[in-house]
Design a protein around this ligand. Structure first.
Ligand SMILES: [Zn+2]
Length: 209
């Protein structure tokens, strides 16, 4: 497994290329902008993209999808349906991404021989998911290094956010955390220092906020 990060667009979204180098296949996670730069990085990796995985439907995570689909007609695009205009999400913030396959809690996507597992982690948006692959946790705008995503946009909910962060904090073992913005971290460090993760874990253990 190999993970490459590119910061794309005006608000520096982290776009990740997750590769199974042995099989020569990769997934593009959250291509928020700069399709040309993303495609150049994919070319350099020598891998063929088979999937575009979206952690949620906000425009700054999805804007390069259409261009990349033209470059790679064979890719399948995955998004949780709760973040789509068909399910009431406002189109300004959640622009329609045509031809998506909807994924949700418990689904898996194969990338070469890698298995990516989908965890539903609402709070930043209704359809926010986190993606687990081996020791990597792609946390979208749910979990950031030392912080969490905002909950004041459409579909956001602080109590759900805390529950989601608590759930991530309670995962077994350690993971490298690859968030949707800013620097990466580890889950163990976030359990120690991230007040939102700590509050969420407490909340899950005691059953109340
Ligand atoms: Zn977002």
């Amino acid at each position: 497994m190999h993970v490459q990060c590119l910061q794309v667009g005006m608000i520096e979204t982290n776009c990740y290329i997750l590769s199974d180098e042995a099989r020569g296949e990769c997934a593009i996670i959250d291509p928020g902008d700069e399709a040309g730069r993303v495609a150049a990085a994919v070319r350099k990796s020598g891998c063929t993209p088979t999937a575009i995985l979206l952690t949620h439907g906000h425009y700054d995570h999805t804007e390069a999808v259409a261009d990349l689909r033209r470059t790679y007609p064979g890719v399948t695009v995955y998004l949780n349906r709760e973040d789509t205009p068909e399910f009431g999400a406002p189109g300004m913030l959640f622009p329609p991404v045509p031809d998506t396959r909807h994924y949700a809690e418990g689904d898996t996507v194969n990338v070469g021989n890698l298995t990516v597992k989908v965890l539903s982690t609402p709070g930043h948006s209704k359809g926010s998911v986190s993606l687990l692959c081996e020791t990597a946790l792609f946390s979208g705008d749910t979990l950031f290094a030392g912080d969490c995503g905002r909950t004041d946009l459409w579909g956001g909910d602080m109590e759900e956010m805390l529950r989601s962060l608590g759930r991530l904090g309670c995962l077994d073992g350690d993971f490298t955390v690859y968030p949707g913005h800013m620097e990466s971290s580890t889950l163990e460090l976030e359990r120690k220092r991230n007040p939102w993760v700590r509050q969420g874990m407490r909340m899950l253990r005691t059953g109340n906020a």
